[in-house]
Design a protein around this ligand. Structure first.
Ligand code: FAD
Ligand code: NAG
Ligand code: NAG
Ligand code: NAG
Length: 499
């Protein structure tokens, strides 16, 4: 071996060995401040306090040593180069900040890279795609296509970030028709561990491109994405809110199960169900309905109108931006949230048993957790949605060629006091264990775990399957030879996690 090569190899080894004990956070922040003056806010400064206190979930308010807010891909590159020098510095990456897992988008004694300034959002001149900065939120992104006659798939809440959605998966009302959001990403601009700003698309670095589509925060910091747009002239849809009783819960489950099968042919229809057992004693089911081609009263959605009585009915013709704004109203930020998820085959008996588990865990803890809102959502995953990946170079969710329809459950409890964290976390863990057990027992388990909804203790990458995980690990080694995003970035579900 040439001496220079040997030296590089030795340095790499040393770096690997020391990656377990990253550099002193204060020194990291000082170095960062000299590299990027005006972009770094040290603990205690007013900008730091402002950035660190306004968060979607208060469970993500931690004590980073400093927060850096780069404005361009070149600045993100400088941040990465600075943080990976020598033994490196621990850091966290935040886009919309809607992941509630503590330490996923923030860090104690490290650097938080807040991408909020990467907020470009524009429709291309030929209207075939949108270019979105990773720190753009969905409200800003949809506003960029308002009144253009075009739309694109994205998260269904104003504050959700492009960064998380465009790397984690992305469920939307357009899902049956166009697939996951990641299936519609034409191009990523990403800063890899070396600090290089690179492009990943179907033709350029296709391995990285495919890995990013579901592989989340394992390969670099995404700075910009192009997402395919399509002609769209408004929705017909809205929310039907009904009291949640044993009867209505069952009626909704029956309709969701039937609808999911039909959704394979009726791809212009979509639903999103959210149950809410509020701290004020009210229990409701919010049935979100959408006819994405603007057809009024499609027959396939009619059964949902039989569930009643209606507390609220907002169904009508509306724009994408207004629809998403409407759905965002019941989801204020600044509370404590801990989500978890599991996917099961579309089987009514299984759905009823999961509803039972969800209800009984709520009954056990409601008296112990002040201001608890127990929220849960379950949404159709017709197998048609897995057919959209292949034409654009595949995704890494491990779903291609699914032979069954599924239902994706999302548990989203929220509360106010840190003193209740342990009780809620234990309840969420118990929900996952019990649901998994029922699905195993009934033979309706589905290994898929949506990583954007998964709790910190779940292992979504393992659910992608052995082949996919092997691929993701190989791509990680190729583009991140020193494993910066596995070792220096503790946040997020890691491909290196043992299954
Ligand atoms: C109210 C609400 C509504 C939601 N609605 C939807 C929905 O309609 N559809 C859906 O699919 N999901 C939805 N979600 C889930 C959502 O997809 C996840 O919370 C997702 O993680 C949010 O992305 P973010 O950028 O806001 O999050 P962040 O917390 O900022 O990031 C999430 C993770 O991704 C990493 N990350 C963020 N940006 C980058 C980047 N640029 N490069 C590399 N890694 C990055 C972070 O380090 C972190 O680990 C919703 C969540 C909430 C709370
Ligand atoms: C969330 O944290 C912020 C910042 O500390 C605080 O102002 C707010 O009151 C908290 N929210 C709740 C519900 O406690
Ligand atoms: C949707 O359909 C309604 C009723 O046919 C029509 O008035 C409206 O212009 C259409 N488009 C939009 C964007 O609402
Ligand atoms: C669901 O579909 C089955 C089979 O077609 C039918 O018997 C049942 O009535 C439907 N349930 C509802 C609530 O529409």
């Amino acid at each position: 071996m040439h001496p220079a090569t040997l030296l590089v190899a030795a340095q790499a080894l040393l770096q690997g060995a020391e990656a377990g004990k990253p550099g002193k956070p204060f020194e990291c922040c000082t170095r960062l401040s000299s590299a990027l003056p005006n972009r770094v806010f040290l603990a205690g400064s007013s900008s730091y306090l402002d950035l660190n206190s306004h968060r979607w979930s208060n469970t993500t308010i931690l004590s980073p040593s400093c927060i850096v807010t780069p404005e361009t891909a070149q600045e993100v590159s400088l941040v990465v180069r600075t943080l990976t020098k020598g033994s490196g510095c621990s850091f966290a990456v935040k886009s919309g900040g809607h992941n509630s897992n503590p330490r996923f988008n923030n860090i104690d004694n490290g650097v938080t890279v807040d991408l909020k300034r990467l907020n470009t959002a524009r429709l291309s001149a030929d209207k075939s795609y949108v270019t979105l900065g990773a720190g753009t939120n969905m409200g800003q992104a949809y506003a960029a296509v308002a009144n253009t006659g075009y739309a694109f798939p994205g998260g269904i809440c104003d504050g959700v970030g492009v960064g998380g959605i465009a790397t984690g998966g992305g469920q939307s009302f357009f899902m049956p028709k166009v697939g996951w959001v990641v299936d519609n990403v034409l191009k990523y601009e990403v800063v890899i561990a070396s600090g290089q700003v690179v492009t990943a698309s179907k033709n350029i670095r296709p391995d990285l491109y495919k890995a990013l589509k579901g592989g989340a925060t394992n390969f670099g910091i995404v700075t910009k994405v192009d997402i395919a747009a399509f002609p769209h002239d408004g929705f017909w849809g809205g929310q039907l809110i009904v009291p949640a009783t044993k009867l209505t819960n069952t009626q909704v489950l029956e309709r969701v199960s039937n609808f999911t099968a039909l959704n394979n042919e009726h791809v212009d229809a979509a639903i999103m169900i959210m149950g809410l057992y509020g701290h004020d004693g009210h229990r409701i089911v919010d049935i979100g309905l959408a006819s994405t081609d603007n057809t009024s009263n499609p027959e396939v959605l009619a059964p949902f109108f039989d569930v009643g009585p209606k507390i609220l009915n907002t169904v009508g013709h509306k724009s994408l931006v207004n629809f998403v704004h409407e759905v965002t109203q019941p989801m204020p930020d600044g509370l404590r949230v801990q989500t978890a998820t599991l996917t099961v085959k579309n089987d009514l008996e299984t759905l009823k048993r999961i509803q039972g588990i969800t209800d009984s865990i709520y009954e056990q803890i409601k008296g112990q957790v002040p201001n608890l809102d127990w929220m849960f959502s379950y949404n159709p995953q017709p197998k048609v949605l897995t057919t959209h990946a292949a034409t654009r170079g595949g995704n890494s969710l491990g779903l291609e060629g699914a032979d069954h329809d599924s239902i994706l459950w999302w548990l989203v409890p929220r509360w106010t006091d840190a003193a209740s964290d342990a009780i809620v976390h234990a309840a969420v863990k118990s929900w996952v264990d019990q649901v998994q057990q029922v699905a195993n027992e009934l033979g309706t388990a589905d290994p898929f775990i949506y990583n954007n909804h998964a709790a910190y203790f779940q292992k979504p990458m393992c659910g992608y399957g052995t082949e996919t995980l092997k691929f993701l690990r190989a791509v990680s080694k190729k583009y991140d030879p020193h494993q910066v995003f596995q070792k220096l970035v503790p946040g997020g579900h890691k491909v290196s996690t043992k299954c």
